[in-house]
Ligand binder design. Structure first.
Ligand code: IMP
Ligand code: MG
Length: 188
């Protein structure tokens, strides 16, 4: 049975709309950095699919690196204690860095990452977030590039997971299941 036919998943943003919006964001980045190189830093693991689609629509010289973090918390909630699991492979000094995230929720993760990366002297440092859930923000963080602003629903698909599942869905879906009582350490 296809995953999306399970009653707990309801499509919120269809694949065709995602494709159009990712292309538009890439065009905006291409315009903003005309003639320059951009260095995309993907936040593992959720951003990998967004990054893969985004970079192929950017008409500039590009390079890629990845960083991985985890936040301690219960179930869907992130507690704000962010921990670095995997650092970048190379220096970002002097580069136009675009931090690529799957979703901007409380802002804890990006707040941490922006603090860490800004200390490494990038030429510019911007954020591209596929999704933004502004209603849950507890830290002031803004993304220069946002795919979609969404309501306060837990979503999966197109890279986003629930307990590592559903990253492979082509649509972004609202997930309406029960939250496990506690998960000690959730990676992004
Ligand atoms: P923040 O630190 O609260 O902004 O959370 C960012 C991270 O929490 C994201 O990178 C996701 O891994 C996870 N997250 C937040 N909201 C959702 C959601 O609706 N679905 C899946 N993951 C989410
Ligand atoms: Mg996650």
């Amino acid at each position: 049975m296809p995953l999306t036919r399970k009653v707990r998943l309801r499509p919120l943003i269809r694949r065709a709309a995602i494709e159009r919006r990712v292309r538009a964001v890439a065009r905006q980045i291409t315009r903003d950095f005309r003639g320059e190189r951009v260095h995309l830093v993907g936040v593992l693991k959720g951003a990998c699919i967004f990054l893969a689609d985004l970079i192929r629509e950017i008409d500039l010289e590009t390079s890629i690196d990845f960083i991985a973090v985890s936040s301690y918390g219960k179930g869907r909630e992130s507690s704000g204690q962010v921990r670095l699991l995997k650092d970048l492979d190379s220096s970002i000094a002097g580069l136009n860095v675009i931090l690529v995230e799957d979703i901007l929720d409380t802002g804890m993760t990006l707040n941490y990452l922006l603090r860490v990366l800004s200390q490494r002297r990038p030429r510019t440092l911007r954020v591209a977030a596929l999704l933004d859930k502004p209603s849950r923000r507890v830290r002031t963080v803004a993304a220069e590039y946002v795919g979609f602003t969404i309501p306060d629903e837990f979503v999966v698909g197109y890279g986003l997971d629930f307990a590592e599942r559903y990253r492979n869905l082509k649509d972004i879906c609202i997930w309406k299941g029960a939250t496990p009582a506690s998960r000690a350490d959730e990676s992004a």
